[in-house]
Design a protein around this ligand. Structure first.
Ligand code: ADP
Ligand code: MG
Length: 243
C-alpha cells in the first residue's frame, strides 16, 4: 500500500494540496476524479517525486519519506523505482525505435542486460498487440499505439505501482478504446494502478476505489458503488457535468 499523510503542497502562497491524507491499496486500481485544477496531477506527481510537497509523509510497506526532510539521491532512487508514470501525451523518444523506447530505462537505470530487457519488452509488446511494431519509430504509429507503447515502457521497469495521468484524454474515441481495454486487462491481473481520468464509464468499470479531489482536498474516498450509486449532492453535480 502507498500511504500519503498530511500532504501540503504550495505554489507561491497558494495551497494546492491542503493537508490531505489518502491510501492507495496494493493489487487494486484506484481512480482519481475531480474537476480541472483540483490538484489531481499534483497529487499523482508527488508519488514519484516529480512534485515535491512542503510537508507530509509518503510511505510504502518498506520505506517512508518525509517530504520536509532533505532528500538523498539514494532515497529518491528507491522511491522512484516503486512507481512508473504514463503521461497524457505519452512522451516517447522520437529518435528511438519502439523496442529501444521500452528497453532504455531498464538498461540504464536498473542495469539489466540487453537480452533480459529485450525479452521482457517483446513480451509486453505482445500483451498490447504490437509485436510487429518493435523496429518502427514512434512517428509511424497512431496516438493509441504510442500510448500502448508508453504503457509497456512503464511496465518494463517492473514498478509496484503504475501511475497514469489522463492516459486517454489526447486520443480520439476509437483509439481510446484500445488503450482502455489494456488498462482493464492490467487491472484484472491485479497490477496496482492509480489512474486520473475524466472518463466516468471507464472509472466505473475499472475502479476498485475512487478518490474525488476538489480544491486540494479529498471529498470522497471509497467504493465505486458508493460514489456512483449513492452520490452526495456535490458528487451528483460533478457527475451530471455541472462541475
Ligand atoms: P488537475 O490535475 O486536477 O487539473 P493540477 O494538480 O494540475 O490540477 O493543479 C492544481 C492547481 O495547482 C491549479 O490551480 C494549477 O493552476 C496549480 N499548479 C499546478 N502546477 C503548477 C505550477 N508548476 N506552478 C504554479 N501553479 C501550478
Ligand atoms: Mg491534471
Amino acid at each position: 500500500m502507498i500511504s500519503l499523510k498530511n500532504i501540503v503542497k504550495k505554489y507561491d502562497d497558494k495551497e494546492v494540496l491542503k493537508n490531505l491524507s489518502v491510501d492507495f491499496p496494493d493489487g487494486k486500481t484506484t481512480v482519481i476524479l475531480g474537476p480541472s485544477g483540483s490538484g489531481k496531477s499534483t497529487l499523482l506527481r508527488s508519488l514519484d517525486l516529480l512534485v515535491r510537497p512542503e510537508s507530509g509523509t509518503l510511505s510504502f510497506s518498506d520505506l517512508t519519506l518525509d517530504y520536509a526532510e532533505p532528500l538523498t539521491k539514494k532515497k529518491s532512487f528507491e522511491v522512484r523505482k516503486k512507481t512508473s508514470m504514463v503521461f497524457q501525451n505519452w512522451n516517447l523518444f522520437p529518435n528511438l525505435t519502439v523496442l529501444q523506447n521500452i528497453t532504455t530505462a531498464p538498461e540504464t537505470v536498473l542495469k539489466a542486460s540487453k537480452k533480459e530487457t529485450e525479452d521482457h519488452a517483446r513480451k509486453l509488446l505482445s500483451q498490447v498487440g504490437l509485436t510487429e511494431y518493435a523496429d518502427r519509430y514512434p512517428s509511424q504509429l497512431s496516438g493509441g499505439q504510442q500510448q500502448r507503447i508508453s504503457i509497456c515502457r512503464a511496465l518494463a521497469m517492473n514498478p509496484e505501482y503504475v501511475l497514469l495521468d489522463e492516459p486517454t484524454s489526447a486520443l480520439d474515441p476509437e483509439l481510446e478504446t484500445q488503450v482502455l481495454l489494456i488498462l482493464e486487462e492490467l487491472s484484472k491481473l491485479k497490477q496496482s494502478m492509480i489512474i486520473v481520468t475524466h472518463n466516468m464509464q471507464f472509472a466505473r468499470s475499472v475502479a476498485d476505489k475512487i478518490v474525488f479531489v476538489e480544491n486540494g482536498d479529498i471529498l470522497f474516498d471509497g467504493t465505486p458503488d458508493d460514489f456512483f450509486n449513492h452520490p452526495t449532492t456535490r458528487i451528483k453535480d460533478f457527475l451530471s457535468g455541472i462541475t
